[in-house]
Each structure stands twice: as structure tokens, then as C-alpha cells.
Design a protein around this ligand. Structure first.
Ligand SMILES: Nc1ncnc2c1ncn2[C@@H]1O[C@H](COP(=O)(O)OP(=O)(O)O)[C@@H](O)[C@H]1O
Ligand SMILES: [Mg+2]
Length: 252
């Protein structure tokens, strides 16, 4: 059964849609990568699917059942959301952070043994990468059925990005349904199953990661749609859609 699904969802703020007519499904055991330029509506999508924002239109289904429950209730049914803000308690020790999150220390150390020597340290003294390992470990150690992770690896060193992505993949291989927003496109493509590209609130490209890996043209278009990291800013360059180009230019 589909773990998480958006059916014709409009999502936004104060009744004004940012994301329109979203259809998206995440199956158990699958990592679904949501890509798109800044301001495309990725975070809005995640918050809406997690129950932090109410859909303006359409339906959100969790395990096949339509729901409007807030996140704290969905959390009890196995939904975990990692937001863009690092969500560790900086003044507390690593161990206390894990306890507060209801995580088993054994599970966490199995996932990220490198946290072992730091259990008694205040989380604020960890590196950014260690803090994100802690964040991810805490979420995964609660054994969620659905994990939504927003820009988990933002600003982190490549090796740490790899560690986080491998852990996300391993979670999916144990059956977790994962919806991932990630800026390291090529790294992410090597661990995900499906990809949707959001541009100005609309899905403009969606397919299996295999298709995208084996179709360099689609991949190049995807990179262009993605904006700042690879775009030359040349308006004559082709892209996934005209809106992708105008969006990039508006933001550079
Ligand atoms: N709390 C908010 N109130 C009103 N507009 C918002 C709010 N948060 C984000 N937005 C707007 O929604 C659009 C999409 O933002 P967001 O979902 O954060 O995009 P992304 O995560 O893809 O960068 C942006 O234009 C942003 O300004
Ligand atoms: Mg965002």
C-alpha cells in the first residue's frame, strides 16, 4: 500500500497556493527525490504532506487513508519530518538529545558509530555533519514508516553527504518510505528510486531514477531546471520548461 500520497494537492500559505495540482506517491521501501530551484515549493510540499500545513485543495493520504491530522498525530502513526532547520537541542548532550527523541542509543550507534565518542558532549559542540547525523539518527531510531527530509545535507562536506544518503537508502531498504529534498543531485540520484522535479509549484518532470541516470538529456534538462548550481544563465539554453528559465533568472 502506498505510504504517502498527494492527490491533486494545492499547498501554500493563508489560502494562497504556491504548489498546484500535486500528484505524488511514495511507496514503502522507496526513496523519492524532490528536486527544484529555490522557491519552487519543495519545503511547502513537505510541510503539507507532513501535516504542518493544511492542504488548500486535494487530498493527502497516509497508508491509503485521507488525513488532515497535524504532524504530532501523524508522528504517532510513524511519520517523521526533518526540517531545513537543524533540529538538535544545542545545549543538551548527544545522549539527552537521543533520549528526548525516544531513540535507542544502540540503534543510533549502529547507524552512525562516529557519534559514539560524543555521547556526553553538548550537541552544540559537534560539527555540522555530526549534528545532522544526530538529527537523522534520532528520526530513524524511532523506526518511522515515512520519513520526509528537507535539505539534510545543506552545507556539509561531500563525505558526510554520502554517509547521510547511505543511511537514508538503508532505511528505505528496511521498508521506510522516504521523500527527500536534496541539492546534491548526482549523489542523490545514485541512491534514490524516483524523482520529481518541481518548478514554480508544478511538477514538470517525474520518473524513475534509472530512467534519469540512463537518459543524459533528461538529466541535463533537470540540471538546468535546477538553477544556480549548473545554469549559465543563458536564456537561449533549453530547459525543462520556459518557467524554469524565468524562475532561475528571477533568483540570480
Ligand atoms: N510562511 C510563508 N508564508 C508565505 N509564503 C511563504 C512562506 N514560506 C515560503 N513561502 C513562499 O513559498 C514559495 C515556495 O517556498 P518553499 O516551499 O520554501 O520553496 P523551496 O523549499 O523549494 O525553496 C516561496 O516563494 C516562498 O517565498
Ligand atoms: Mg526549501
Amino acid at each position: 500500500m502506498t505510504a504517502l500520497e498527494a492527490v491533486g494537492v494545492d499547498a501554500g500559505y493563508a489560502g494562497v497556493p504556491i504548489v498546484r495540482d500535486l500528484h505524488l506517491a511514495v511507496e514503502p521501501g522507496e526513496v523519492h527525490l524532490l528536486l527544484g530551484p529555490n522557491g519552487a515549493g519543495k519545503t511547502t510540499t513537505l510541510l503539507t504532506l507532513a501535516g504542518e500545513l493544511r492542504a488548500i485543495r486535494g487530498a493527502v493520504r497516509v497508508a491509503g487513508r485521507e488525513t488532515t491530522a497535524p504532524l504530532h498525530r501523524r508522528a504517532r502513526q510513524g511519520m517523521a519530518l526533518i526540517t531545513e532547520e537543524r533540529s538538535v537541542f544545542m545545549g543538551q548532550t548527544v545522549k539527552d538529545n537521543l533520549r528526548a527523541g525516544g531513540a535507542s542509543i544502540g540503534d543510533v550507534l549502529e547507524l552512525f558509530p562516529e557519534l559514539g565518542p560524543h555521547l556526553a558532549r553538548r550537541a552544540g559542540l559537534l560539527s555540522g555533519g555530526q549534528q545532522q547525523m544526530l538529527t537523522l539518527a534520532r528520526a530513524l531510531a524511532r523506526r518511522p514508516r515515512v520519513l520526509l527530509a528537507d535539505e539534510l545535507s545543506l552545507g556539509l562536506a561531500p563525505l558526510v553527504v554520502d554517509r547521510l544518503l547511505v543511511a537514508v537508502r538503508a532505511a528505505a531498504d528496511r521498508g521506510v518510505a522516504v521523500l527527500l529534498v536534496e541539492q546534491h543531485v548526482d549523489k542523490a540520484l545514485s541512491v534514490v528510486d524516483r524523482v520529481s522535479v518541481l518548478v514554480r509549484g508544478r511538477v514538470v518532470l517525474s520518473g524513475s531514477a534509472d530512467e534519469l541516470r540512463s537518459n543524459p538529456t533528461a538529466l541535463a534538462e533537470l540540471y538546468l531546471a535546477f538553477g544556480a548550481t549548473t545554469s549559465t544563465g543563458d536564456p537561449t539554453r533549453t530547459s525543462v520548461s520556459a518557467t524554469a528559465d524565468s524562475d532561475q533568472q528571477g533568483r540570480q
